[in-house]
Design a protein around this ligand. Structure first.
Ligand code: NAP
Length: 323
């Protein structure tokens, strides 16, 4: 931190994008401060969504795969080794009206509000999957309940799988899962799908995909792994049970951007907008990386890649400021 109490870089969020940005900016001698969030049961927590993931087999460099918390722990330790500082608290206010940029977060021990000032800020607050809100869903997350077919489909080879939702994500997940599952049952609360016509046509043509219409999941059965879904038909009230070992919840995502309303440009779904081919936002010195600005790829490796881009963009921006 410089003598005026202003840091070069402050990073908000500590998923793969925030921690990769921390590794790169720390190695560039920019002494980043990472405000990493606070432990919670949702993906909006230190380490992000990967803290809720048991096995990651597609992050390059790990032949046998590794657990999500282990990957995030390694990334955090790597950033700390190069001098990144961490604060386990959650940012509750920002002021991006002038330089230095201002960020407030409660002191982790006293809870008193603390103002942090920085020349550049990297926003990597991620996104969270919408969930059904069933108690069993949280308990069985990563034990048969998943929100990412690309990440977890491979674990359900030859098994019966369910997908919840009727949008493009649900049908995309369902089609991807037919590569692995014996059957894939899409459970939708209405009779009409929200998904685009082309996705509907593809899904209807796929012999492995079945549909359960007008139905909602009222419980997920299983103590340590998913065994079945309890369903209720919303039209007839009829209850039924569907035996599956995997259930993919695909009812949408929400970016963690409410903090930045009025400061940073967002698209219609609340994702931060960055300049083409860059991580720059509409505010000078504020960069965005990871799922908070990406609703297409949503992978640990793409988030890490954009964290690297944000670090390099911020570093170059600071260099230009100094010259
Ligand atoms: P979405 O379009 O908002 O669809 C969410 C689906 O989940 C809807 O069918 C909704 O039902 C259902 N749902 C919501 N809350 C529910 C609940 N509590 N219980 C049961 N069902 C619930 O979200 P998305 O599919 O993630 O797509 C988001 C955006 O990304 C869309 O614009 C989509 O077109 C786009 N996208 C595009 C592609 C592609 O083109 N390849 C792939 C993925 C996503 P209702 O229909 O009854 O509301």
């Amino acid at each position: 931190m410089s003598e005026d109490g202003v840091r070069d870089i402050l990073i908000i969020g500590s998923g793969p994008s925030g921690l990769t940005a921390a590794i790169y900016t720390a190695r560039a001698n920019l002494a980043p401060l990472v405000i990493e969030g606070q432990p919670s049961s949702t993906s909006d927590q230190p380490g992000g969504q990967l803290m809720l993931t048991t096995d990651i087999e597609n992050f390059p460099g790990f032949i046998e795969g590794l657990a999500g918390p282990e990957l995030m722990g390694n990334m955090r330790a790597q950033a700390a080794r190069f001098g990144a500082e961490f604060l386990t608290t959650k940012v509750d206010r920002v002021d991006f009206s002038s330089s230095p940029l201002k960020v407030w977060a409660p002191d982790p021990s006293t809870g008193e509000p603390v103002e942090h000032r920085a020349r550049a800020v990297i926003v990597s607050t991620g996104a969270r999957s919408l969930m059904l809100g069933l108690p069993a869903e949280e308990r069985l997350l990563s034990r048969g309940v998943s929100t990412c077919a690309t990440c977890d489909g491979f674990f359900f080879r030859g098994q019966d799988i369910a997908v919840i939702g009727g949008g493009d994500s649900a049908l995309e997940e369902a089609m991807f899962l037919t590569k692995f599952g014996e059957t894939v049952t899409v459970i939708h609360r209405r009779k009409e799908l929200r998904a685009s016509k082309i996705m509907q046509d593809r899904a209807f043509k796929n012999p492995k995909i079945k549909f359960v219409w007008d139905s909602t999941v009222t419980d997920i059965i299983g103590d340590t792994k998913v065994e079945a879904l309890q369903l209720r038909n919303l039209v007839t009230g009829e209850e039924s049970r569907l035996a599956v070992s995997g259930v993919f919840v695909a009812i949408g995502h929400v970016p963690n951007t409410s903090l930045f309303e009025g400061w940073l440009d967002m698209d219609a779904n609340g994702y931060l907008v960055t300049a083409l081919g860059s991580t720059a936002t509409n505010v000078e010195g504020v960069f965005a990386a990871g799922d908070v600005q990406d609703h297409t790829y949503r992978q640990a490796i793409t988030a890490a890649g954009s964290g690297c881009m944000a670090a390099i963009d911020a570093e170059r921006w600071l260099e230009a400021l100094a010259s």
